[in-house]
Write a protein that binds this ligand. Structure first.
Ligand code: SAM
Length: 354
């Protein structure tokens, strides 16, 4: 990221506002994260220890090993079709793909697994491993299989409702070379999402309107002929979010640190929000199952993988090779992935398509 490109993006957005009027926050966020030249994800922002934030996928290979077991169960439940397509949506640099392939699921050994990593950012797609399909867009033909999205929905553009005697829309203006917030009437097209807002709130209360997540989910459901869509993310209800301080649910990140105000320096920091899944349920349909990440991982055998890790460590500790180290690391990874005050509290929502 060069300072020049970030300044360029701010000026381009400012020009756009001068030409066509204030932007919705969702449009500002879309440019700040995904502008082809200077968006945060286009210019090097990424998950991982060396990146800007740590996801379950980046904790280590255990998360992918559990997902590989889930894939086998889902494959089995559908009668072991071939191909069985896994669409890893918002795949980042392909870390989940690597872990799933390394876990060597039965579905993969049978030659049925067709793994498609869908990632919008060219820079991140460049890191995808061989042996999978890497794509900027979702598969065109409906799949038999599973669309799985880990920490994608929180990064999809959202709008912001503000209580000012009634719910109004926060838009982004450009004044004296700075972005400023301007309140506007709530537009009709946001009414279905805004219907989830509480009837009253404290003056200045805010809540996200999940335009990007709802439209992504609608599209994902349409692309599954038989199977499921699995969304894993930090989620909450709209009413809960409206009652919380807004900087608590609307977060910015840069190099593992909390970032600046979301209207500052577009392109230089990640912008993310807790996902109001009740809005997706209201405009589409409620998930068929919803559980915590800890419960999901338990259901798909994380404890067995940890027990196996302990056994391998006991056998190979004296050798101290990579296999021994990876086995020992499962215990630490499991603690992080199931932490009830952290990743373990994430929501795993599943929509079945039969
Ligand atoms: C928070 S990262 C999560 C990466 C990975 N799933 C993980 O758990 O580490 C979100 C990723 O989704 C990508 N993304 C955002 N919108 C997308 C879209 N519509 N289609 C595909 N990828 C998208 C971003 O570029 C980014 O790499």
């Amino acid at each position: 990221m060069t300072q020049g490109s970030a300044v360029g993006l701010a000026e381009r957005l400012g020009q756009r506002i001068n030409d066509s009027g204030p932007l919705r926050f969702s449009a500002f966020m879309d440019a700040a994260l995904y502008d082809d030249e200077a968006g945060f994800y286009a210019s090097g922002g990424r998950a991982g220890r060396g990146g800007d934030f740590l996801t379950s996928v980046e904790v280590g290979p255990l998360f992918g090993a559990v997902v590989a077991r889930a894939i086998d169960r889902w494959w089995d439940e559908l009668g072991r079709p071939a191909p069985f397509t896994i669409v890893d949506a918002g795949a980042g640099p392909g870390t989940l793909a690597r872990a799933v392939l390394a876990a060597s699921s039965e579905c993969a050994r049978a030659g049925a697994l067709d793994y498609v990593a869908v990632e919008r950012s060219d820079a991140q797609r460049a890191g995808h491993p061989t042996g999978i399909t890497s794509s900027a867009t979702m598969p065109a033909a409906p799949i038999t299989g599973v669309v799985i999205a880990n920490e994608l929905a929180d990064n999809l553009p959202f709008d912001i409702a503000v209580w000012d005697g009634g719910w109004r829309l926060a838009t982004v203006g450009w004044q004296s070379g700075r972005f400023v917030e301007l309140l506007a009437p709530m537009p009709d097209d946001l009414a279905p999402l805004a219907a989830c807002l509480p009837v009253k709130a404290a003056h200045g209360a805010r809540a996200p309107l999940a335009v990007g997540a709802a439209s992504w989910l609608r599209d994902a459901l349409n692309r599954v002929a038989r199977g499921r869509v699995v969304l894993i993310d930090y989620a909450a209800t709209t009413a809960t979010l409206a009652a919380r301080p807004w900087r608590d649910w609307l977060r910015t990140y840069r190099g593992h640190e909390r970032g600046a105000h979301p209207l500052l320096d577009p392109g230089t920091q990640d912008i993310t929000a807790d996902v109001p899944l009740d809005q997706c349920a209201a405009v589409l349909r409620p998930p068929d199952t919803s559980s915590t990440q800890a419960a999901f991982l338990n259901r798909h055998g994380i404890n067995e993988l940890v027990a196996e890790g302990k056994r391998i460590w006991a056998e190979r500790a004296h050798i101290g090779d990579l296999i021994a180290m990876q086995a020992r690391s499962r215990l630490r990874e499991s603690d992080a992935l199931t932490d009830p005050a952290g990743l373990g509290a994430f929501t795993v929502a599943e929509w079945l398509v039969r």
